[in-house]
Design a protein around this ligand. Structure first.
Ligand SMILES: Nc1ncnc2c1ncn2[C@@H]1O[C@H](COP(=O)(O)OP(=O)(O)OP(=O)(O)O)[C@@H](O)[C@H]1O
Length: 312
C-alpha cells in the first residue's frame, strides 16, 4: 500500500491577533494561500508582516486565532515545519564555523542525512561562492542574509515563508531567485513572502495580502488589484495629435492624455472597439489598443492611503 499523500501545502491564518505591551502588532487577521500560489504580504513598516510570519512558523504564539500549515496548527517543533523553508530574522549561525558547516549543523538538527536534495541549487542562488567555506564571523550582513536564503531553500520545501528574501541581492540574483520561486510554485509549493520592492513583487506574486496596523485591508489575486483602472486604454497610433483630437470629441470619453507617444484614454462606458473604430473612421491608423493596468505601486498606495483616510 502506498503512503497517504501529504496534505496540500496550504497556509491559513484565522482571526490571528498578537499584542506586544500596548502595541497591537496583528489584529484579527484572516487570509489563506493555496498550493501553487506565490503570495506577497505587503504593508508599511510596522504593519505586522514579520509578527504574522513568526506566528506561522511557531517562533511566537498568537494571543488569539490560529495559524495553520497544510491543515496543521503550528507550534515550535510541529512536524509540519519539516516541510517548510523559513527565512525570518535568521537562525543564529555559529560564528567560528564556515557557512557550509553551519548549514550542515542546521540540517543535522532535523536528523537528516547530508546533503539535502536542494543544496547545490540553494548555494548557487545564495551566490556565496568560495566564501561558503569561510568562517561566518567574517561575513557581512548581506552574506549572512544569503546564507539564510540557502538554509531556507536547501530542503526543497513545499511551503516557503520568506521575510524580505531579496534583501542584499544584486539584480541578477534577484531574477534568479524569482525564477527559482516561480519554479517551486509551479511544482506545487506555496510561497508567502514579504517585500517592500513592489516592482519586483509585481513580477513574481500571483496573490497579495495587504495589511496596515495589523489589520487586513486587501487580499486576492494580483491581477484583481492591478485591474482597478477599468475603462482606461492605451492606444498606439500612427498620428498622435490627430488621435488626441478625435478621441476628445468621441462620445463617452472622460479623459484623454498623451503619454510616451501613446494615447491614454478613459471611457468607462465605451468598449475599446468603438474607440478604435472612431480613430479608423477618421483615418488614424491604430497600431495597438490595450487596457491600461495600473502598477502594483499605484494600487498599493491607493489602498493604504484610502485605509489611512478611513481610520482618521
Ligand atoms: N518583540 C516585540 N516586542 C515589542 N514590539 C514588537 C515586537 N515585535 C514587533 N513589535 C511591534 O509590532 C509592530 C509590528 O511589527 P512587525 O515587525 O511585525 O512589522 P513589519 O510589518 O514586519 O515591519 P517592517 O516592514 O518594518 O519589517 C511594530 O509596531 C513593532 O514595533
Amino acid at each position: 500500500m502506498s503512503a497517504p499523500a501529504a496534505p496540500a501545502a496550504t497556509i491559513r491564518v484565522d482571526d490571528l491577533s498578537k499584542r506586544y505591551g500596548r502595541q497591537q502588532a496583528v489584529d484579527q487577521l484572516t487570509f489563506a494561500v493555496d498550493a501553487g500560489q506565490i503570495c506577497a504580504l505587503l504593508g508599511p513598516n510596522g504593519a505586522g508582516k514579520t509578527s504574522t510570519m513568526r506566528m506561522l512558523v511557531g517562533l511566537s504564539t498568537p494571543d488569539t486565532g490560529t495559524a495553520r500549515l497544510a491543515g496543521e496548527a503550528v507550534s515550535l517543533g510541529a512536524p509540519v515545519l519539516r516541510r517548510v523553508g523559513v527565512l525570518i530574522d535568521g537562525p543564529a549561525f555559529v560564528p567560528h564555523l564556515s557557512g557550509i558547516k553551519n548549514l550542515k549543523l542546521l540540517w543535522a538538527a532535523a536528523r537528516r542525512t547530508w546533503p539535502p536534495r536542494g543544496l547545490d541549487a540553494a548555494l548557487d542562488l545564495a551566490g556565496l561562492g568560495a566564501a561558503i567555506d569561510r568562517k561566518v564571523k567574517g561575513y557581512s550582513m548581506g552574506m549572512k542574509q544569503r546564507l539564510m536564503l540557502a538554509q531556507a531553500l536547501m530542503r526543497v520545501p513545499d511551503v516557503l515563508i520568506l521575510d524580505e528574501p531579496a534583501n542584499g541581492l544584486d539584480p541578477a540574483e534577484v531574477r534568479a531567485l524569482r525564477e527559482h520561486l516561480a519554479a517551486l510554485a509551479r511544482a506545487g509549493a506555496t510561497v508567502l513572502l514579504s517585500s517592500h520592492q513592489l516592482a519586483e513583487v509585481q513580477q513574481l506574486a500571483t496573490h497579495i495580502v495587504v495589511i496596515h496596523k495589523g489589520r487586513l485591508i486587501s487580499t486576492g489575486p494580483l491581477a484583481d488589484a492591478l485591474g482597478g483602472a477599468t475603462g482606461t486604454y492605451r492606444i498606439q497610433t500612427d498620428d498622435l495629435d490627430r488621435a488626441l483630437t478625435v478621441l476628445r470629441e468621441a462620445p463617452g470619453v472622460t479623459a484623454v492624455v498623451a503619454h510616451n507617444g501613446e494615447v491614454i484614454v478613459t471611457a468607462p462606458t465605451v468598449p475599446a472597439g468603438e474607440l478604435v473604430q472612431a480613430l479608423v473612421g477618421a483615418r488614424v491608423g491604430v497600431i495597438a489598443a490595450n487596457p491600461a493596468h495600473q502598477s502594483l505601486e499605484d494600487a498599493y498606495l491607493a489602498m493604504t492611503e484610502r485605509h489611512a483616510d478611513a481610520a482618521r
